[in-house]
Design a protein around this ligand. Structure first.
Ligand SMILES: Cc1ncc(COP(=O)(O)O)c(C=O)c1O
Length: 354
């Protein structure tokens, strides 16, 4: 399919690279494509960034039938623009779509569309340290219909946003609160899909955590409320003795691409890494025994985020003296060096754009 291009008459002024926040500024163009049962995915186009006109009965607005992705384009020192494992995001998009009864997209075509959009917007990829162009592919149900069933029509769009640090703490340790009153997802539900309802379900616990002075929520499993699952927008890793451990994928955890990259790097370096169930009691006990060396989150937004304090019930534990530890530092440096083209890419994770 040929991607049509409509140019904009007036371009926005670009922000200062050094003062970027997260997710507030959008570029001049977006990618759009529509789905209808008789045409399949059709009319792919790059056009000026604009609002989406919707009937108030649009199914997405009522039943949340939608999926999205989040990844980044990085500017290297020599000015090249590159993506980190974008095919993994597109695979996950299709897995999420299958769970939400949304028709899949052709991954190779979607990657090509994304690359064309970023190439059009390459001036928008910031160059200051730790900045990048955040990419948000999204699919939403478009039928104007109030009955509950899967929509027949959909819109797939990609928008771009130049971003800086996700957490105001930067690479300093964050404080997280274990949710005891709420759960994010249950096995058999939609926890492993990247779909808006999971985020809506997490907001109240997130607000309580903020009010209590914590950055994010650490979720327990939805069945026994015993096993650690993930953080608000990151997967979680624990270093116990010299082994890195992350909760195994069980259907209610989002399979993060940063998580996968940490596990693959650990194997590449012949380090001890396991994906297994880990309970909050084990965490507290290994901490009391002096064996819990580090805790860190892993996700596209902050890459690696050291965790300095965890609160569970009345108990707050401090990890590694509330300092960034050597494991978090090593994985952060290795992954960001590959993303920004400062190091070789031994794993074949980089996809050049322009
Ligand atoms: C709930 C949740 N878990 C984990 C992650 C980390 O996934 P990734 O490394 O693919 O960004 C994210 C972010 O996408 C997320 O929203």
């Amino acid at each position: 399919m040929e991607i049509a291009m409509t140019t904009s008459e007036k371009l926005k002024s670009k922000p200062d690279d050094t003062g970027l926040g997260f997710g507030t500024i959008f570029t001049d163009y977006m990618f759009n494509m529509d789905y209808a049962p008789d045409k399949g995915w059709h009319s792919p186009r790059i056009e000026p960034y604009t609002s989406i006109e919707m009937d108030p009965a649009t199914m997405y607005l009522h039943y949340g039938q939608g999926v999205f992705e989040g990844l980044k384009a990085y500017r290297t020192e020599s000015g090249r623009i590159q993506l980190f494992r974008p095919e993994e995001n597109l695979k996950r998009l299709n897995r999420s779509s299958r769970r939400l009864c949304i028709p899949e997209v052709d991954e190779a075509f979607a990657l090509d569309a994304m690359k064309q959009l970023i190439a059009t917007e390459k001036e928008w990829v910031p160059g200051a340290p730790e900045t990048s162009l955040y990419i948000r592919p999204t699919i939403i149900a478009m039928d104007p219909f109030l009955g509950v069933r899967a929509s027949h029509t959909y819109r797939f769009f990609i928008i771009l946003s130049p971003v800086g640090a996700y957490y105001p703490e930067g690479f300093n340790p964050i404080k997280i609160l274990v949710a005891s009153d709420y759960v994010r997802a249950v096995r058999g539900g939609v926890g492993e899909a990247k779909t808006p309802g999971n985020y809506a379900a997490s907001l109240l616990a997130g607000e309580h955590a903020h009010e209590a002075g914590y950055t994010q929520v650490l979720w327990l499993d939805g069945v026994e409320q015993k096993y650690l699952e993930e953080v608000g927008s990151m997967n979680i890793f624990f270093v116990i003795d010299n082994e890195i451990i992350t909760p195994e994928l069980n259907g209610s955890i989002l399979p993060g691409i940063t998580r996968k990259s940490v596990v693959e790097l650990a194997k590449h370096w012949n380090e001890k890494a396991s994906e297994r169930k880990i309970s909050i009691d084990e965490l507290i006990d290994t901490h009391a025994a002096g064996r819990l060396k580090e805790v860190f989150g892993a996700g596209t937004a902050a890459v690696i985020s050291p965790v300095g304090k965890i609160k569970y019930g009345d108990q707050e534990i401090t990890i590694n003296n509330n300092q960034t530890g050597p494991f978090a530092q090593k994985y952060y440096t290795a992954i960001t060096d590959i993303q920004y083209g400062k190091a070789e890419d031994p794993m074949g994770w980089i996809e050049p754009v322009a």
